[in-house]
Design a protein around this ligand. Structure first.
Ligand SMILES: [Ca+2]
Length: 114
């Protein structure tokens, strides 16, 4: 089987199978815990997790806002789908521990390494 092409800006922490996972998760079935484990983020150093965070934080605001979270999977695979509103809200709720409506680097790290 062939691997989908990735853009040079995608997070290079995954292998072909995780790319396929990012593409193939069907609507409302995204589970951040299993995704982080599958792409190998959970075993990365805190520095590497912060690097991934910096890529997901596309406008470099220091936070992952809801619109950026929606495009989360596309950071891992350019051809991945956007998250549904339901998935985005559940993901945000899980990561936003201080309730300010966005996910900071420390919150993201805590989400990846609970
Ligand atoms: Ca941002």
């Amino acid at each position: 089987s062939s691997c989908p092409k990735r853009s040079s800006t995608t997070v290079h922490i995954h292998n072909c199978c995780t790319t396929c996972y990012a593409i193939n998760t069907s609507a409302d079935s995204f589970d951040y815990k299993s995704f982080f484990a599958k792409v190998g983020l959970t075993s990365k150093s805190p520095d590497d997790i912060k690097k991934a965070f910096a890529i997901i934080d596309q406008d470099k605001s220091g936070f992952i806002e809801e619109d950026e979270l929606k495009l989360f999977l596309q950071n891992f695979s350019a051809s991945a789908r956007v998250l549904t509103d339901k998935e985005t809200k559940a993901f945000m709720k899980a990561g936003d521990t201080d309730g300010d409506g966005k996910i900071g680097a420390d919150e993201f790290t805590a989400l990846v390494k609970p």
